[in-house]
Design a protein around this ligand. Structure first.
Ligand code: ATP
Ligand code: PRP
Ligand code: NIO
Length: 488
């Protein structure tokens, strides 16, 4: 029953061992309750793209709401031994964990928001032990769902208003990979999923056709089509490529005509192999000539945003795209490199912290950060990461992270909004989670605010997003200070 045991009420052990060893260390050193701030952000848009769609907040919230070490969890931690056979954790620490209630503040960008490198998607502020502990699960959830939502947005963009159905469960990264990806794909742009459990859990529309095995199970393709059409008079999409695609289309048309007196509505055909441009054009001609002008042509077969764009440019007559492997696995980039970095610790006063790196771009940002988005009537103009606790100049400057000599002054007449919204206040949920259809609509509104040169998948323009110049200078000074050998 291991499978059933995976999806349990307590996911508190769903973290790396080192989160618990650090937690023990903080507790032992009297630092557990010291206030700290962490930011979750990524450094590069995935897929060589110009934007990223944030997703996963709902699951992150659910995880945090349920964060409680059960007796079973504590017994397991108590059973862990060091190399000399000694218990890894002492009982008083386990008692502390058992009594612990999540009490952090969390701010996050709403799901469906378009975001850019280095911008915090989540900010956790609270007792050091707790804020550290949640690093790994928050990254697991946000990295994956953000990655898939972004992939789906790219695919939906390529489909240019056509319907996109997520068909990927069979190729997904395991059970949860199929479920959370189905939800994230829907957030990003997919219109429906073939995954029934995702449909039930998340209220995503479910859609599907039939497999080649259906046709193979009958003595002839006609019989198979007729039997399916009889069973689903209203919603039939027939897979026509089991033997010879265009012959299959002709047989599907003949069956549709035969069943019409019974109220049959010819929903569509599906093409799953061969030259999808040529076959869809020929199939469209045959369908139109037979009067089935409203019958859809569904295509599937290793599709992604590039192929869909190609097929459209070639003049393919496809209006529904079934996309599996390449969407559900984010095939060309299997992980978003989101990180979770300590940015401030309070010891009386706030002390801002950075993690040094050889490259300035990889050095984390200090402070208690917020993201300000500037926009006019038509578009998002620029984003500025700034320290909430420091005063902002009247006309702040945004420093380009890739070329810090390039700076953009924010014009006085543009509007702005801050992206991180309060989600938890001292462990209490204060954010109303939007329903999934609202998130999906919001994603599309967000994408529409980006210039199409930023949305295109090939060599997109980069959206201006950087540090407020005062924060940038503070960071440089901190780096220089930390690099002085005698200081550390
Ligand atoms: N007109 C086209 N232009 C570019 N790529 C296409 C075109 N038509 C199909 N493709 C893509 O080419 C790839 C190979 O197609 P092909 O029909 O050879 O697939 P297959 O997987 O070998 O077929 P089968 O499913 O029968 O094994 C698929 O990813 C398919 O989506
Ligand atoms: O190609 P994807 O984007 O992953 O879409 C899902 C695929 O899954 C099904 O076939 P399956 O892969 O089971 O068999 P097939 O490749 O032999 O058609 C379906 O016919 C699609 O081709
Ligand atoms: O319904 C379909 O056509 C379907 C579902 C999953 C995978 N491939 C196709």
């Amino acid at each position: 029953m291991a499978l059933q045991q995976v999806y349990r009420t307590s996911l508190s052990l769903l973290t790396d061992l080192y989160q618990l060893t650090m937690a023990y260390g903080y507790w032992k050193n009297g630092m557990a309750e010291r206030e700290a701030v962490f930011h979750l952000y990524f450094r590069k848009n995935p897929f060589g793209g110009g934007y990223t769609v944030a997703a996963g907040l709902e699951h992150a919230v659910q995880y945090l709401q349920a964060l409680k070490f059960t007796d079973e969890d504590l017994a397991y931690l108590g059973s862990l031994k060091g190399s000399q056979g000694q218990p890894l954790f002492e009982q008083a620490f386990l008692d502390y964990l058992g009594a612990m209630e999540f009490s952090c503040d969390m701010d996050a960008v709403p799901e469906g928001t378009v975001v850019f490198p280095n911008e915090p998607l989540v900010r956790v502020k609270g007792p050091l032990l707790q804020a550290q502990l949640v690093e790994t699960p928050l990254l697991t959830i946000i990295n994956f769902e953000t990655l898939i939502a972004t992939k789906a947005a790219r695919i939906k963009e390529a489909a240019k208003g056509d319907t996109v159905i997520e068909f990927g469960m069979r190729r997904a990264q395991g059970i949860d990979g199929s479920l959370s990806a189905a939800r994230a794909a829907y957030v990003g742009g997919a219109d429906a999923t073939s995954n029934l459990l995702a449909g039930q859990l998340y209220n995503i529309p479910v859609r599907g056709t039939h497999a080649h095995s259906w046709v193979q199970a009958f003595d002839s393709e006609e019989e198979a089509f007729e039997a399916y059409g009889e069973a689903f008079l209203q919603d039939t999409v027939l897979l026509v490529d089991t033997y010879d695609t265009l012959e299959g289309v002709k047989k599907a048309i003949a069956v549709a005509k035969k069943l019409q007196p019974k109220g049959f509505v010819f929903g569509g055909i599906r093409l799953d192999s061969g030259d999808l441009t040529y076959l869809s054009q020929q199939a469209r001609k045959l369908l139109d000539e037979a009067g089935f002008t409203g019958t859809s042509i569904v295509a599937s077969n290793d599709l992604d945003e590039r192929l869909i764009t190609h097929l459209k440019q070639e003049g393919a007559k496809i209006n529904v795209w079934g996309v599996g492997t390449k969407m559900i696995t984010a095939y060309d980039q299997p992980a978003l490199g989101g990180v979770y970095k300590l940015a401030a610790v309070k010891d009386g006063e706030w002390e801002y912290k950075i993690k040094l790196s050889e490259q300035l771009a990889k050095t984390s940002n200090p402070g208690i950060l917020q993201v300000r988005r500037y926009y006019d009537q038509e578009r998002y103009q620029a984003d500025m990461i700034y320290n909430e606790l420091e005063p902002l100049p009247a006309n702040p400057q945004i420093v380009d992270p890739l070329d810090t000599t390039r700076r953009k002054t924010v014009e006085a007449n543009v509007q702005h909004k801050d992206l991180l919204l309060p989600v938890f206040n001292k462990g209490t949920l204060i954010y109303t989670l939007p329903d999934l259809p609202s998130i999906k609509t919001y994603t599309q509104q967000e994408l529409n605010q980006l210039h199409e040169s930023i949305r295109r998948y090939l060599n997109p323009h980069s959206y201006p997003a950087g540090l407020e110049s005062g924060l940038h200078q503070y960071k440089l000074d901190l780096i220089l200070k930390l690099r002085e050998p005698e200081k550390h």
